[in-house]
Design a protein around this ligand. Sequence first.
Ligand code: AKG
Ligand code: FE2
Length: 194
Amino acid sequence: MQKISVKLEDATVDYYPQFLSQRFAFEAYNTLYQELAWQQDNITVYGKSVAIPRLQAWYGDEGTQYQYSGLTMWPRPWHPMLLSIKQTIERETSASFNAVLANLYRNQKDTVGWHSDDEKELGTNPVIASLSLGAERVFHLKHKRTKQLTKLALAPGSLLVMSGETQHNYVHALPRTAKAMSERINLTFRKILL
Ligand SMILES: O=C(O)CCC(=O)C(=O)O
Ligand SMILES: [Fe+2]
């Protein structure tokens, strides 16, 4: 399988342009779009409740609840399609995961702002495996100290694996775009320390 090591200072990022076949990526998109328990969550920012600009769903092993910005996400039991994708990623990367955050970007206005996946439940130097389906969107990575910006177009069926000190040294985001975009699903597989 084709794997591209993205050249980044102080980070380890691998990109698999066609991790899933086009046919399977299309099928997975349709199934997950229809069958996951997509919800609109609110977070508390400066004491105010704000709707997150995307839909989300959290699936995982029992005990993998996850907290951020005043929001606790309780895991739903694995959907068979998520479990099968997880196992395929585990075989290829030799990492293991026990939960996944599914994001649904409904259009070009849905985004995720600058952050690192550095919640304490993930431990130091977590492996985050990010699978993309549906519309292609541009993922941004920014070095915290040098501010060096890297942009990666994430194709449907592609896998981006961030490991090593990436979360420590970089923030990442999926910005909104001026151009109209159809729906995109992103699955970020994680390992919550229990
Ligand atoms: O949608 C993406 O590609 C990124 C999602 C992300 O960064 C996250 O869920 O932590
Ligand atoms: Fe993230």
